[in-house]
Design a protein around this ligand. Structure first.
Ligand SMILES: Nc1ncnc2c1ncn2[C@@H]1O[C@H](COP(=O)(O)OP(=O)(O)OP(=O)(O)O)[C@@H](O)[C@H]1O
Ligand SMILES: [Mg+2]
Length: 116
């Protein structure tokens, strides 16, 4: 599968999501990366077994400077996800977050497949 993307922006997008997965997953947890080809998009799942995000916070996490309460003790500005989302959107894609079962978070990055 092929996508058409800016190399540095794509790197920044992936680093921002992975940085969170590592930062918000305590030692002993698991982070997995999975790539799937869909009809019109390449979908990358980055799943962790970390502290998770309460359902009611999910609609806000892509806002600039937004940080979920319980993670405020760790270092960050609340910018990583808003940057990642703008990069995905600039490429015609999107990022969605949902709860992982039984614990943690899954981020799905969808980017349109290259038109042949
Ligand atoms: N994998 C995750 N597990 C749990 N919470 C997360 C995860 N990813 C993001 N969050 C929550 O969403 C908030 C926003 O994430 P974002 O990456 O934008 O900011 P940050 O990590 O706090 O700071 P920055 O990325 O600017 O260093 C985080 O503060 C955290 O509360
Ligand atoms: Mg971050």
């Amino acid at each position: 599968m092929e996508i058409f993307a800016d190399k540095n922006q794509l790197k920044r997008l992936l680093i921002n999501i992975l940085d969170n997965a590592i930062k918000y997953t305590p030692p002993g947890g698991k982070i997995s990366i999975d790539l799937r080809q869909q009809k019109d998009s390449a979908d990358i799942d980055i799943a962790d077994t970390g502290i998770g995000i309460p359902e009611k916070e999910l609609p806000h996490i892509f806002d600039r400077f937004y940080r979920v309460d319980k993670s405020r003790s760790s270092i960050g500005f609340g910018l990583g996800l808003s940057i990642a989302q703008s990069i995905a959107v600039a490429h015609g894609g999107q990022i969605i977050a949902r709860a992982n079962v039984p614990q943690g978070t899954v981020f799905t990055i969808s980017l349109p497949l290259k038109i042949k």
